[in-house]
Design a protein around this ligand. Structure first.
Ligand code: SAH
Ligand code: SF4
Ligand code: F3S
Length: 437
């Protein structure tokens, strides 16, 4: 039997889908497929971070109505953050009565028993959305992203940034034990994975519940001591908790990539405070200065939001000027999207859509200009790339530099999973093109 998993949202969801795949395989759905028509079970792993993420999922689920009628025995399951959101499971049931299973972010592991219940009792619909407190689910993910592998270090978030729904749909921050994480990383390196990314909504607050057994810098230090040639990355760091100690660990180990993803969100102190980010522009820029003094050339990427309630033109321009000052290698840019249940959704002073659109366009241009300028610096130099994939359309292999730059090149041999030295011939936007040397 075949399964199709449709994933929306962040890297954590992508990794969770690898666990969902493991559950499905154990249930006898042995073969992954890319289309709904070929599937015996379709699982939507949803996201609700912004309204368009939800609309996207609603659209795709709605499209299944006919197929579901035509294909008896097809199971449709909806899980993830949107399913966990207050009131959404009910709405999904009403809008799409053909959905068989609804499960949340807390009970991925229970998908197995939900499928059993559906098969045995022939119930029309089953769902469980209760919170799960433990951090270990005993599932070995079916990893599909060789040579990269993701490893959760924390689940949930305690920060309650006023725009963000994550704390409501992922629950309180829980740390996995360092011992378990180290074993997992060690195992992955032994299996041949070449890039390990440690995942958490705020990795810097790892062990805030005392369940980890050590701080994040210590954990990272220990991971980097594992033998073998591999790269280490981590995501996401919150600027309020970024420390010199962490920067020193990054500097100490060759294996830890010289890239820090440090979402700043906005350049104005008044907006940062309304967002409950708990740092100022000055503190943020101070952290970058400290980092770059310790690790010259360390790339920094970020997330930015425009159109937060009451944001003025001047305040938006402070975000623009921060992009220049911070010299970001790249950035994810978003228009603020009100999320029911969050504090910001109750705030007055919504920014009209046309104003937000104008701001996001100007912001994207500023970010791209910076990225293009930085790309030029690679031309003529040799950069190490971890080959990750083959681009059929371009007929080129591709991979990333340690700073996260995409590099394309030709090769007769399949080099996926190998490190190659690339002499960069030209740059196009964020992408680099080169020749193996
Ligand atoms: N835990 C991470 C990121 C979580 S979500 C962190 O704190 O940085 C990824 C990004 O989505 C956020 O950094 C933010 O820029 C954006 N985001 C979150 N909620 C949003 C909203 N309601 N509207 C627009 N963008 C949002
Ligand atoms: Fe959301 Fe803030 Fe937590 Fe990130 S740190 S997940 S933006 S609440
Ligand atoms: Fe990730 Fe979206 Fe959930 S960004 S944590 S999948 S709301």
């Amino acid at each position: 039997m075949n399964y199709h998993i449709v994933t929306y949202g962040c890297q954590m969801n992508v990794h969770e889908s690898e666990k969902i795949a493991a559950i499905l395989q154990e249930k006898g759905y042995t073969t992954p497929v890319d289309t709904d028509e070929d599937a015996d079970i379709i699982v939507f792993n949803t996201c609700c971070i912004r309204e368009n993420a939800e609309n996207h999922a609603f659209g795709n689920i709605g499209n299944l109505k006919k197929l579901k009628r035509r294909k008896k025995g097809l199971i449709v399951a909806v899980g993830g953050c949107m399913a966990q959101e207050a009131g959404k499971a009910q709405l999904l049931r009403e809008k799409f009565p053909f959905i068989d299973i609804i499960f949340g972010t807390h009970n991925v592991g229970e998908l197995s028993s939900l499928i059993d219940a559906l098969r045995e009792r022939r119930k029309k619909q089953v769902s469980i959305l209760d919170a799960r407190k433990e951090t270990e689910d005993g599932i070995t993910p079916v990893r599909t992203s060789y040579p990269n592998a993701w490893v959760n270090i924390t689940y949930g978030c305690n920060n309650f940034c006023t725009y963000c729904i994550v704390p409501y749909v992922r629950g309180r921050e829980r740390s996995r034990s360092a011992e378990v994480i180290l074993k997992e990383v060690e195992g992955l390196v032994k299996e041949g994975y070449k890039e390990i990314t440690l995942l958490g909504q705020n990795v810097n607050s790892y062990n805030s519940d005392g369940q980890g057994g050590m701080s994040f810098p210590e954990l990272l230090d220990r991971c980097a001591q594992i033998e073998g040639k591999f790269r280490l990355r981590f995501m996401t760091s919150h600027p309020k908790d970024f420390t010199r100690e962490l920067a020193l660990v990054m500097r100490k180990h060759e294996k830890i990539c010289n890239l820090l993803h440090l979402p700043v969100q906005a350049g104005s102190d008044r907006i940062l405070s309304l967002m409950n980010r708990r740092y100022t522009r000055e503190k943020y820029l101070g952290e970058l200065k400290m980092l770059r003094e310790l690790i010259p050339g360390c790339a920094v990427t970020t997330d930015l939001i425009v159109g937060f309630p009451t944001e003025t033109e001047e305040e938006f321009e402070e975000t623009l000027s921060l992009v220049k000052e911070a010299n970001f290698a790249s950035a994810f840019t978003f228009v603020y999207s009100p999320r029911t249940g969050t504090k910001a959704a109750e705030m007055e002073g919504r920014i009209p859509e046309d104003v937000s659109k104008d701001r996001i366009m100007r912001l994207v241009e500023a970010v791209n200009e910076n990225t293009r300028e930085m790309s030029k610096e690679y031309v003529g130099k040799v950069t190490e790339i971890l080959c990750e994939d083959y681009d059929e359309k371009k007929g080129l292999y591709l991979g990333r530099s340690e700073e996260g730059r995409m590099g394309y090149f030709t090769s007769e041999k399949n080099l996926i999973g190998e490190f190659v030295n690339l002499k960069i011939d030209r740059a196009n936007g964020i992408s680099l093109y080169g020749t193996i040397v």
